[in-house]
Design a protein around this ligand. Structure first.
Ligand code: FA5
Length: 337
């Protein structure tokens, strides 16, 4: 029996077979167990002898099984080690990296241009009082020009700011009549405009305000020319068209030569060669007064631009909604710019 088992064991080459052999010979109904069970019918002299032999056989078989088991375990360990080996020289997997949103990018570029000209950045609340958003900007209650900016009111006196101009007022008051003032104010604004390709109910503006002695319209024009040339290129020109804002006098709207066709006329500029980019003017004497300045002593200019509109022009995008819908196919194009 021993030789038979040892021979069988030699053929075994996986743990499942090994277990089958164990059950066949050493199990409850196994061959060796049968022998041991039969011991009762043996004589008193035979019993120790046969018992001794049977036990030896069992030990021998168990030893071989044990050795085989260890061998299998070792093989398994080696196999796993090999399989799980890490090649530390392999290059890492690229993680999908985010990118700066095109609107943030344009806003940063605009900020950089003005910081380069010596401006500092001021901020104000998006939930604003009627006083700062309208009244202190020379827009008393029931003034018809309030209709130019349809508003989201929260209470009778509190609203979502419709432009960044209230930061002008807050800055002037905080300066306590001191000059010079030279700030830009970036931020979100809200209007009850219907969304379309060029309008959104929520968008970004950047306000500019300069107050000092002898600030003139020519300073405003020179500043804006330098700004657009840095943003769109040295060849860019501007033109000022008379306009109206209650908080500036005189007021103007500023066009730039079309960034697409260079002023020759194309679809983007509706063949005119010009694109409107911002509103501006000389700070109205009443606004200076309400801000704590003497309009006989100082003067100033202000401007307000829409960041989305500038971004549309700069990147040749034809729908403002592309900035808000988070389509990665659109956004990922700006990662490489
Ligand atoms: C104003 O908001 C004035 N506060 C600007 C100003 C500041 C004038 C200081 C004079 C002195 P206006 O309503 O035109 O002006 O808006 C300014 C710019 O915001 C526009 O030129 C346009 O680029 C952008 N804009 C206006 N409405 C929307 C809208 N619904 N969606 C996206 N951009 C808009």
């Amino acid at each position: 029996l021993r030789d038979e088992v040892l021979q069988v064991l030699e053929q075994v080459n996986d743990p499942q077979q090994l277990n089958d052999v164990r059950v066949k010979y050493l199990g409850k109904k196994g061959a060796l167990t049968e022998v041991l069970r039969g011991m009762g019918s043996l004589s008193a002299e035979e019993r120790p002898v046969i018992g001794q032999v049977a036990n030896d056989v069992r030990s021998a078989i168990e030893a071989v099984i044990e050795a085989k088991q260890q061998q299998f375990q070792q093989q398994e360990t080696e196999r796993r080690l090999q399989q799980e080996t890490i090649d530390v020289t392999l290059p890492g997997r690229r993680l999908p990296a985010g990118a700066v949103h095109p609107l943030s990018k344009v806003q940063q570029e605009i900020e950089d241009v003005f910081i380069g000209m010596g401006y500092s950045i001021a901020e104000g609340p998006e939930v604003e009082t009627d006083y700062y958003n309208f009244e202190a900007l020379n827009l008393p209650k029931d003034h018809p020009a309030r209709d130019m900016q349809d508003s989201f009111y929260i209470t009778e006196d509190i609203l979502m700011r419709t432009h960044t101009s209230p930061v002008q007022v807050r800055t002037m008051k905080a300066m306590n009549g001191k000059t010079p003032v030279k700030i830009i104010c970036p931020g979100r604004v809200y209007r009850r405009d219907d969304d379309d390709a060029t309008h959104s109910f929520q968008f970004n503006q950047i306000e500019g305000l300069v107050i000092g002695k002898n600030i003139r319209m020519s300073d405003l024009k020179g500043t804006l020319l330098q700004f657009v040339q840095e943003l769109f290129g040295k060849q860019t020109q501007i033109r000022l068209r008379p306009s109206f804002f209650p908080f500036t006098e005189p007021s103007a709207e500023v066009d730039v030569t079309c960034v697409q066709c260079g002023g020759h006329g194309c679809r983007m500029c509706k063949q005119s060669g010009w694109l409107e980019i911002l509103g501006c003017g000389m700070v109205h004497p009443r606004v200076l007064e309400m801000g704590g300045y003497d309009p006989n002593e100082v003067s100033g200019f202000a401007f307000g631009l829409g960041v989305e509109r500038i971004a549309l022009l700069k990147y040749g995008i034809d729908d403002i909604r592309a900035f808000y819908t988070n389509d990665l196919r659109f956004l990922s194009q700006f990662a490489r710019m």
